[in-house]
Design a protein around this ligand. Sequence first.
Ligand code: GDP
Ligand code: MG
Length: 443
Amino acid sequence: SLSERFQEAFKKLRGKGKLNEEDVREALKEIRRALLEADVNFTVAKDFIKRVQEKAVGEEVFGSLNASQTVIKIVRDELTELLGGTQSRLTVSSKPPTVLMLAGLQGAGKTTTAAKLAKHLKQKGKSPLLVAADVYRPAAITQLEVLGNELNIPVYKEENCQDPVGIVSRAVPYATAHLCDTVIIDTAGRLHINEVLMDELIHIKETVHPHEILLVVDAMTGQDAVTAASAFDAALGIDGLIMTKLDGDARGGAALSIKAVTGKPIKFIGVSEKTDGLEEFHPHRYASRILDLGDVETIIEKAQAAFDEESLAKMKKTMRSGAYTLENFLQQLQSLRKMGSMSSLLGLMPGIGKYKKELDKVDLDGKEFKQPEAIILSMTTAERTSPNPKLLIKDSRKRRIAKGSGTRVQDVNRLLKQFTEIQKMMKQAKKMQGNKKRHSFLP
Ligand code: GDP
Ligand code: MG
């Protein structure tokens, strides 16, 4: 991958104390090759290397002790610039609803992204409305409806209506009437850019005047994504990009070239098929990720989103009362799962990128995490909220719970044992907190 290639290029520098011009030139040559192999636009790669070289000379890295760190820092700064510099946020209209229109070729990920974006905005306290304006394939409307239902987000659709412009123009007043502050329009795509597609999109644009037109592009298509973006921008005018499928074996070159070529910023990236697989795009963080320097900010944000204030408050209350129950255990398991797959999370930590393949095997949706959840969910409320569930759950109940959760009695036993251990740890933690308070002179 691109990240591995960068590591290789830097490895040679890291081993050395002082650098000479030749070392740096060698490393940059390798980086240039890596960029081209990752399908970065040729001119973009050439200019990039030139800028890094000039800066390295300017900073007089040669012969200094921290030369390799300085070169890495220069590369990161230049990558950040290449990716757009600072984060580019969504426009929010002062007069709701804010209308966001998604456009793009067929299969780019518009419908999935519409749902992901709605979920993202809902988590931020917005009330989104999804609009099904891809009327040519009935399956497209159903796809959006299923996602909307799953996320508990309303979907505006009109059965048997073949007029996307009409649908969209009626959807906006519908949003106002139903107190939705953000309208997300899922439009139709085509396999190739053609006049019919552009005319339809332009017609929608001129009818509802969206606050943002976001072009959804597939990272896996490499330079084709960049070409498509230029064409859409020329014909329709776009405000920003959402690049999907950056989780796959994508070479990532499109992400690096698209801002430089089109002048339009990436606002979000898609990192999985699931509805939580959308991230705000932060150029600096992404550059750090490519260089495997870690992206701690994103980890913290994900944790914060998973442990929302309500469940945090609940957890604190539990800790204070000392009554840790299976119900609390269940909540924690569910919060952990909300944070997303282990690999996507740990992959953001410095130096871990190269283990990503291994980490992909640890799946929070997998058996290890699903099983305890299923077992607890098969218990009665009394069992779940008891401070001592072992007393309540006799052999006959164990058999029933195992049956209800599709597990075996030994799995139920194992879970109860695990729970008792965690409960013990919780009690100890509480005791230590208590001691600290007693002996402390501070308020
Ligand atoms: P549309 O034709 O533009 O509406 O594309 P869809 O939303 O139907 O997506 C096409 C396919 O790409 C579906 O199988 C999606 O699950 C998949 N997809 C979309 N975004 C992502 C992403 O970020 N990562 C991955 N791995 N798959 C994605
Ligand atoms: Mg679609």
